[in-house]
Design a protein around this ligand. Structure first.
Ligand code: SF4
Ligand code: SF4
Ligand code: SF4
Length: 261
């Protein structure tokens, strides 16, 4: 069936408990409650995301008391080339797909979820775009709102879902380096392979670049981080030069003392 054709309303998917244990919306939601619940859920979702990231945030803080920056993907620069899945130094890339729930969830023919040539719009594996079955979606209720859950143990960071989401939707699925997996290498190997310079340094106390922030705010944050990074690099170079000058001066003094003896 052509995905652009009208299709019957999908059956709600089985409402199994979320494997990641961060599903917070109650199973039954009335129409009146829905907007408030969605708002509440969005807030809690973000809290959930930060909750999951909490471990990562703690690890980042612990690992990088001296490192003030971590590597991250700028979702507005990433072109979803697929190299994130294969060029990380880790056997399993530190990159995972994330979903900004505040941006989207209203599409019942989501091309981040369904293969463009899907035989049917149901949850059968052959109809889904994800090669590892990492995305599950649950029809919430009212206005065809869907909840997407990415199982991070299955996601390989290939970005195929995000390609579909960008091609047909608003790009609410995108890739991020998960800080609880990333080793914060001195130089990120993905940065060398990335064709769009999308791997950037970001302050370790704000280690994720979320798309739900306004683009202007996001760019300002990236710019601040880049400026501060440049300043740090300049300071470190100055320090190196000072040390080197000091070494030369000491050597010169020794040489002249030797000449006088
Ligand atoms: S399509 Fe790729 S990036 Fe998206 S959830 Fe599946 S494995 Fe992860
Ligand atoms: S910094 Fe290292 S571990 Fe982290 S994403 Fe880049 S290559 Fe992978
Ligand atoms: S290598 Fe760069 S462009 Fe390709 S998926 Fe990763 S961040 Fe995006």
């Amino acid at each position: 069936m052509n995905p652009t054709e009208k299709t019957p309303k999908p059956e709600p998917l089985a409402q199994e408990p979320c494997e990641m244990n961060h599903s917070v919306l109650p199973q039954s939601t009335t129409a009146q409650e829905f907007p408030r619940r969605v708002m509440l859920r969005d807030g809690l979702r973000l809290a959930g995301v930060f909750g999951i990231l909490g471990t990562g945030g703690y690890l980042v803080a612990r690992q990088s008391s001296t490192d003030r920056y971590v590597w991250q993907i700028d979702p507005y620069l990433c072109t979803l080339c697929g190299r994130c899945a294969t060029t990380c130094v880790l056997d399993e890339s530190a990159v995972r797909c994330v979903h900004s729930y505040v941006m989207c969830g209203f599409c019942n023919r989501c091309m981040g979820f369904f293969d463009q040539k899907a035989a049917e719009f149901n949850s059968a594996a052959e109809n889904q775009v994800c090669p590892t079955g990492a995305i599950t979606r649950r029809w919430v209720q009212e206005e065809d709102y869907f909840e997407y859950i990415v199982n991070e143990d299955l996601c390989i960071g290939c970005g195929k879902c995000a390609v579909g989401c960008n091609a047909f939707g608003n790009g609410s699925l995108y890739l991020q380096i998960r800080q609880d997996r990333c080793k914060n290498c001195n130089h990120c190997a993905i940065a060398d392979a990335c064709p769009s310079q999308a791997i950037v340094r970001t302050p370790s106390d704000k280690p994720y670049l979320y798309k739900h922030l306004s683009e202007a705010a996001q760019k300002a944050a990236s710019r601040d981080a880049a400026n501060e990074n440049d300043r740090d690099q300049q300071n470190s170079e100055n320090k190196q030069n000072n040390l080197s000058n000091f070494g030369n001066a000491t050597q010169n003094k020794k040489d002249s003392e030797g000449a006088l003896e």
